[in-house]
Design a protein. Structure first.
Length: 218
């Protein structure tokens, strides 16, 4: 099976972070290729960024569709997810949607930790509402950092916020809502004692499941 993981922004450091996080999941039967979009911002911050990235993602997936069995949109805004599902026949999953599904299976309520600051709460609320997850959301917290700077955020710094989500907000699980956090979920889960989801393993699992499901329906 071949999965294409698309970074919708043009940040080289985020692309490499995704590539490093995905490497342990590859097997002889599962190949995961990581690519990034061109002519897009280094971070998806505004609605305009999201629209531009979504168009770039869908164009890339249409062009590459013969070369993969499923695709992952590697950004928690899930830019272009709905359009991609309209335009191509292969399964397409997003980091946030996949993370939210696994978070709901892990507990009653989940928190989101993201890059940025309090001004970004409104877009996140929109994403949560789009999934019908408002009642499942315990809180949204930020590390007050750019996307690229979030790559080097220490586990200790993130853990302190996870602890607040658990003790103050009543979260049963935490979603690390930025692709820059890719690869941190497993070790932070072990430290925190609750599921901490970075979306990588979860989106791969969703993609594999959708491919298997569709094959069984043929």
């Amino acid at each position: 099976m071949r999965i294409l993981l698309v970074n919708p922004n043009s940040s080289a450091i985020v692309t490499e972070t995704l590539r490093a996080a995905i490497t342990p999941l590859q097997t002889e039967k599962l190949q995961i290729d990581v690519v990034h979009c061109s002519n897009v911002p280094k971070a998806i911050v505004t609605s305009h960024d999201e629209m531009k990235a979504g168009l770039s993602v869908t164009d890339l997936l249409i062009r590459e569709e013969p070369n993969f069995d499923a695709a992952i949109i590697g950004c928690f805004a899930d830019p272009g997810l709905r359009a991609a599902r309209e335009l191509i026949r292969k399964p397409v999953v997003g980091l946030y949607e996949s993370s939210a599904i696994f978070a709901r299976l892990s507990g009653r309520r989940y928190s989101i930790i993201a890059s940025g600051n309090e001004s970004d709460i409104s877009p996140w609320i929109g994403s949560v509402r789009d999934l019908g997850d408002t009642e499942n959301l315990a809180s949204i917290r930020y590390i007050n950092s750019t996307v690229e700077d979030s790559v080097t955020a220490s586990d200790e710094r993130i853990y302190r916020i996870i602890d607040q989500c658990r003790k103050q907000d009543g979260a049963d699980a935490v979603i690390l809502g930025c692709a820059a956090f890719a690869g941190k979920g497993k070790r932070l889960s072990e430290a925190a004692g609750i599921p901490v989801i970075d979306g990588i393993c979860e989106s791969v699992q969703m993609a594999e499941m959708m491919v298997s499901y569709r094959r069984k329906q043929q």
